[in-house]
Design a protein around this ligand. Structure first.
Ligand code: HEC
Ligand code: HEC
Length: 629
């Protein structure tokens, strides 16, 4: 108790120095409030904004997909995680350049710094560890396992603990910094999903986690995806109710916001801000000291519109201003913190890639018309940045696991049942029950009756600029090398042995998983689909038992396997779900051989697949140099 009072006193005395930089974000404000850093994920740069002159002073290239940035102490050093190249990049903001890059484990995502700037901590998304970096020596001094797929990270105000969130479940993990031990785990709900950030209250024992809820048994425009906020009570005993769930869909009466992305709390702990990346708006709330309702809309404000696709929010250290990164306007908006009245906007980067890609990304992420009439759902609610959502959906045609969209340009036809041959066919998803949108094509399309693949008869590409742009974006995700390899092109000995098995006549895997993308999928008719004995596992199946051969690249990252998601591991694909050797021959393999085969599957891709194959479709963005450095 005394500790808490002391902390609150401290908070009152030193609001400017105590809390900035304590949670992961694409933006960070310097302790003195003068400078702002912005990580531009798509441009691969970090921008430096002078908040006193409201000017962009520098844009520094850092590498592919920076996901989180933090000041180190009061500068001039700063650090940024670069997700696709597995690096932490140190910037000198006075010299305005990169001063050091250090290699870290796979998929660094969130990063926070200690107040005096001696230590950095970061999450590794797929790998599931937290790395600790000693700033003076620029060395990773500890790497602590937490759980697969973690993204959000926050430092407790007293700097003794780290709060970490599970991306696919909004679980909260508490790590004791001194001992390096996990001392608490507060699970979310199985429906909780896509939690990217966690913010600690400056003096109340609570953390705030924005996320969505996926109700996979209802594939319906207003019943599948829900915006939510979890508040975890850190001081309650293990057997008490430790999470308060706030349903943001009813929080604003009838107006529904979509895809809560980041939140922020004012330095005095009295105001709570939450931005919605799907509906381009936000909530401005009072923090209540009631341990029950927790937040209320300030003055009963409605949802407040902001810019296009906001992904980050921060407050100034004096609590007077709020900064929102409206990512698809490529601008930071400055707002009055009490009223959210816009003050000014600062361009922080140029539109990346191509205008079609940019337009496609906006459409992919929006829950506004004409994509959907109901404001609940966006393509990105299930395919965030091309990743899967870790879920299997109960669709009318049967159970369907959400695939990742990497390499899509080369692996058409689409859907597990190969009932679509171009991404433009997702006009049917937009107009269908899932999204209830007006659609991007003007005029009617052939009606869809039952499970007949009419999409294959209608050519929808070339009929709408927006629909083509959506296809360009959707087709432009490319693979990164598997972290399960020794070096590019170099497999572990186990994976080498597994490779021999995979390509052997006896197992026959490469009969179907052939070519550089490990699939025989091709747009030549008739499509090759195969019955590998998996159709009978799901009584609700309406289209089986033949399925399109999925690519095996990147499957190390899948949460579950097969179209119905029932195989929990790769071993299960090869054993429990391969009855009668209908899915390649595996029954003769020893335990060791199965392990080796799985080691090989986990290593894909171990080289970059070609950017062009005879099956590659034209609607995509081709980077000039797609290879990681
Ligand atoms: C409710 C979650 C959800 C939403 C919203 C959603 N999808 Fe999907 N998506 C899925 C699932 C599940 C599958 C697998 C379905 C199947 O194969 O039959 C899928 C499959 C796909 C595929 C095929 C991938 C492949 O490898 O065959 C593409 C492309 C795709 N979606 C694009 C989109 C686009 C574009 C939108 C928005 C217009 C969208 N999705 C909206 C869940 C969703
Ligand atoms: C006759 C063609 C064929 C052969 C031979 C074959 N596969 Fe498959 N594979 C498929 C099809 C079709 C699916 C999708 C089945 C489903 O989802 O129900 C699949 C799915 C998979 C998956 C799951 C991928 C995911 O994303 O869920 C893995 C892993 C896999 N195969 C590995 C193998 C291995 C290893 C072998 C050799 C032992 C093999 N396959 C042989 C056609 C084949």
């Amino acid at each position: 108790m005394t500790n808490r009072i002391l902390l609150s006193l401290l908070a009152l005395m030193l609001p400017a120095f105590v809390f900035a930089g304590s949670s992961n974000s694409l933006m960070d404000v310097r302790f003195d409030g003068r400078m702002l850093l912005v990580a531009n994920t798509d441009s691969g740069t970090v921008s430096l904004v002078d908040l006193s002159t409201r000017q962009l002073v520098a844009e520094m290239p850092v590498g592919e997909k920076p996901e989180s940035v933090t000041w180190i102490g009061n500068g001039p050093l700063a650090a940024v995680t670069v997700y696709w190249t597995d690096e932490v990049v140190f910037l000198d903001t006075e010299q305005r350049k990169v001063v050091e890059r250090i290699k870290v484990s796979n998929e660094p995502y969130g990063i926070v710094a200690s107040r005096e700037g001696r230590r950095l901590w970061l999450t590794h998304d797929y790998w599931g560890t937290v790395s600790e970096i000693d700033v003076p020596t620029r060395k990773v001094v500890r790497e602590i396992p937490v759980a697969r797929f973690i993204r959000g990270i926050a430092l407790s105000p007293d700097e003794t603990r780290l709060y970490i969130t599970g991306y696919y479940n909004a679980d909260l993990y508490v790590l004791d910094i001194a001992s390096g031990k996990l001392i608490d785990h507060v699970p979310g709900h199985e429906q909780y999903n896509l939690a990217r950030q966690v913010v600690a209250h400056p003096h109340r024992p609570k953390v705030y986690i924005p996320h969505i809820r996926t109700r996979t048994h209802i594939a319906d425009s207003a019943g599948s995806i829900f915006p939510e906020l979890s508040i975890v009570h850190l001081d309650r005993p293990k057997d008490a109710k430790r999470r308060t769930r706030i349903a943001m869909d009813t929080f604003n009466n009838l107006a529904v916001p979509t895809n809560p992305w980041e939140c922020a709390i004012s330095p005095d702990g009295k105001t709570f801000y939450l931005i919605y990346a799907g509906t381009d708006d936000m909530n401005l709330c009072n923090v209540l000291d009631d341990d029950y309702q927790e937040i209320e809309r300030r003055g009963n404000t409605a949802l407040i519109p902001v810019g296009t696709h906001p992904r980050a929010i921060r407050t100034s250290p004096d609590g007077k201003e709020v900064y929102i990164y409206n990512t698809m306007d490529f601008e930071v908006g400055i707002y009055d913190a009490q009223t959210m009245r816009p003050v000014t906007r600062i361009k922080v980067t140029q539109p990346p890639k191509s205008p079609e890609w940019v337009r496609g990304k906006i459409l992919f992420n929006t829950a506004k018309p004409p994509l959907t009439s109901r404001r609940w759902i966006a393509c990105a609610s299930c395919h965030p940045d091309g990743h899967h959502d870790g879920r299997t959906w109960q669709n009318p045609e049967g159970l369907r696991r959400t695939p990742q969209l990497f390499g899509l340009a080369h692996t058409h036809p689409l859907h597990w049942s190969a009932d679509r041959d171009e991404v433009q066919d997702f006009e049917y998803t937009i107009r269908g029950r899932l999204m209830l949108g007006r659609g991007l094509i003007s005029g009617p399309v052939k009606p869809k009756l039952g499970f007949e693949p009419v999409e294959l008869e209608e050519k929808l590409s070339g009929r709408s600029k927006d629909l083509d742009a959506l296809a360009v974006y959707t087709n432009s995700f490319s693979f990164r090398l598997s972290p399960h390899i020794l070096a590019p092109g170099k497999l572990t000995p186990a994976a080498e042995r597994g490779k021999v098995l995979f390509f052997s006549k006896e197992t026959g895997c490469a009969n179907c998983h052939s070519g550089p993308y490990y699939t025989d999928s091709s747009l030549q008719r008739p499509f090759r689909v195969h019955d590998v004995g998996t159709g009978q596992d799901d009584p609700t199946e309406k289209m089986g038992p033949k399925y399109d051969t999925p690519t095996l690249l990147g499957i190390y990252r899948n949460a579950t396997f097969l179209h119905h998601g029932k195989a929990k591991t790769l071993h299960e694909v090869l054993t429990a779900y391969n009855r009668g050797d209908k899915h390649g021959k595996t029954s003769h393999l020893s335990k060791q051989e199965l392990d080796d085969l799985v080691a090989f599957l986990l290593s894909l891709p171990y080289d970059y697949p070609p950017e062009e194959t005879p099956n590659t479709i034209p609607y995509r963005f081709v980077p000039r140099n797609n290879k990681s450095p």
